[in-house]
Design a protein around this ligand. Structure first.
Ligand code: NAD
Ligand code: USQ
Length: 379
């Protein structure tokens, strides 16, 4: 089986590419390395010393069949040329600008995020239509497409059974979109695009609505220094749990936004790779509505996480004015029945994984730039 991994040099894409290669896929990574460039612009390169893509791919050949193509997914000519040669069986699409705060920094970042993400997804499907190819496409979406509320009960997977007030009829509708940033908005737009392509051109599409990914390494990326995964801790790209662990490691007060009453869904990076692999093997029928799996291990409260890390490390917790427009506190319940039915057994924070991440951060803490800890984005 041939897998094309778009965005395979990134935080989720790299361990997933290696996992797929270890499972016997012939993997081609396509990436324009924009994440590395943005990190340099922000003065916030990965805390872990990730290798050049060339060195990574050379080391990856000990794991399995891995190739690299330097390619921008929004470039139709380059993308069609690669697809035409490769004819992949499955495409995993990670290649988007994925930071909510970055997407809210200003005009340039708002426009870049929409142009890159929505245009990339449309360019991919339009190219596949033109080439007459119908691989299973697995797209990485986000839990943030739903908003973060349990007003409509436990979050179901993409769809909601409702009774229409006007007719009394019971129907299934797409879950109402409620994005909280320009970045999250692009995932709602992607989803609508994909519904149309599936319906009109009989695609097989899976959208993985993923929670916040934490940790650094999978078993494979930790097996060789040259395979080490990236770790972001800065105010724009660092996600909350990884940020708090890295702050504790350098004696910085833990940056809780607002009351810390926010509840969010989390998943460990090694589970991301496992779940994507499970999803690649379970395509929906051609032309069926987009299959949605909530790629989530557990729900946690931000304030409680900070207190847990403070207890483990002696760090101080600092409650800051929230730079974001979001509910000060929320309840959240999430179904992950789809991936569980495929064999997903979530790894949770109680496992020894917290020790692993603390050890990695401790090893590289001298590389941490304290000037980029606070987020510059306000909305
Ligand atoms: P990342 O920024 O580390 O990786 C994305 C990769 O895509 C980068 O290597 C980047 O260079 C590449 N890329 C971006 N635009 C491209 C383009 N036009 N052409 C080619 N390559 C391009 O992000 P990540 O954390 O690995 O996230 C991957 C995907 O998973 C994203 O779509 C993101 O929205 C989704 N996701 C991430 C998280 C998380 O917590 N990290 C949670 C939920 C969903
Ligand atoms: N938060 C803090 N302190 C911090 C950083 C964040 O309290 O120092 C809070 C935020 O206010 C928010 C929560 O923690 O309430 C999560 O923030 P985050 O930066 O960890 O995550 P988010 O911006 O939602 O985005 C991340 C990924 C994105 C993915 C999303 C999944 O960057 O790609 O789609 O998580 S989800 O959150 O489930 O929508």
């Amino acid at each position: 089986m041939k897998a094309l991994v778009l965005g395979g040099d990134g935080f989720c894409g790299w361990p997933t590419s290696l996992h797929l290669a270890a499972e016997g896929y012939a993997v081609t990574i396509a990436d324009n390395l924009s994440r590395r460039a943005i990190a340099d612009d922000l003065g916030a390169p990965s805390l872990t010393p990730i290798r050049s893509i060339e060195d990574r791919v050379t080391a990856a050949r000990n794991v399995g069949d891995v190739q690299f193509s330097h390619l921008d997914v929004t470039d139709p000519v380059a993308l069609k040329a690669l697809l035409g040669t490769l004819e992949p069986d499955v495409i995993v699409h990670f290649a988007e600008q994925r930071s909510a705060p970055y997407s809210m920094l200003g005009d340039a970042q708002r426009r870049y995020t929409v142009a890159n993400n929505v245009n990339g997804t449309n360019t991919l499907f339009s190219a596949l239509v033109e080439l007459g190819q119908r691989p299973h496409v697995v797209h990485l979406g986000t839990m943030g497409v739903y908003g973060y509320s349990d007003d409509l009960g436990e979050l179901q997977e993409g769809y909601l059974d409702v009774r229409v007030a006007q007719t009394g009829r019971d129907v299934t509708i797409g879950y109402p979109a409620n994005p909280g940033s320009i970045y999250h908005l692009t995932k709602c737009l992607d989803h609508t695009l994909m519904q149309f392509y599936a319906k009109n051109w009989q695609f097989q599409i899976t959208d993985l609505h993923q929670g916040i990914v934490w940790g650094t390494d999978s078993e494979i990326t930790s097996s060789d220094e040259a395979l080490i995964n990236r770790f972001d801790y800065d105010g724009e790209y660092g996600t909350v749990l990884n940020r708090l662990v890295s702050q504790a490691a350098v004696g910085h007060p833990l940056t809780v936004y607002g009351t810390g009453g926010q509840s969010r869904a989390f998943i460990h990076i090694s589970d991301t790779a496992r779940c994507v692999h499970l999803a690649t093997g379970a395509p929906p029928d051609p032309g069926a509505q987009v299959q949605v799996f909530n790629q989530v291990a557990e729900v946690r409260n931000v304030g409680a996480l900070a207190r847990m890390i403070a207890e483990r490390t002696g760090a101080e917790v600092s409650y800051l004015d929230n730079p974001r427009k979001e509910a000060a506190a929320n309840q959240l319940r999430v179904s992950n029945a789809g991936l569980r039915s495929l064999g997903f057994e979530p790894r949770t924070l109680e496992d020894s994984l917290m020790d692993e991440i603390s050890a990695t951060v401790g090893r590289y803490k001298d590389r941490l730039n304290r000037d980029v800890i606070f987020s510059k984005a306000r909305w």
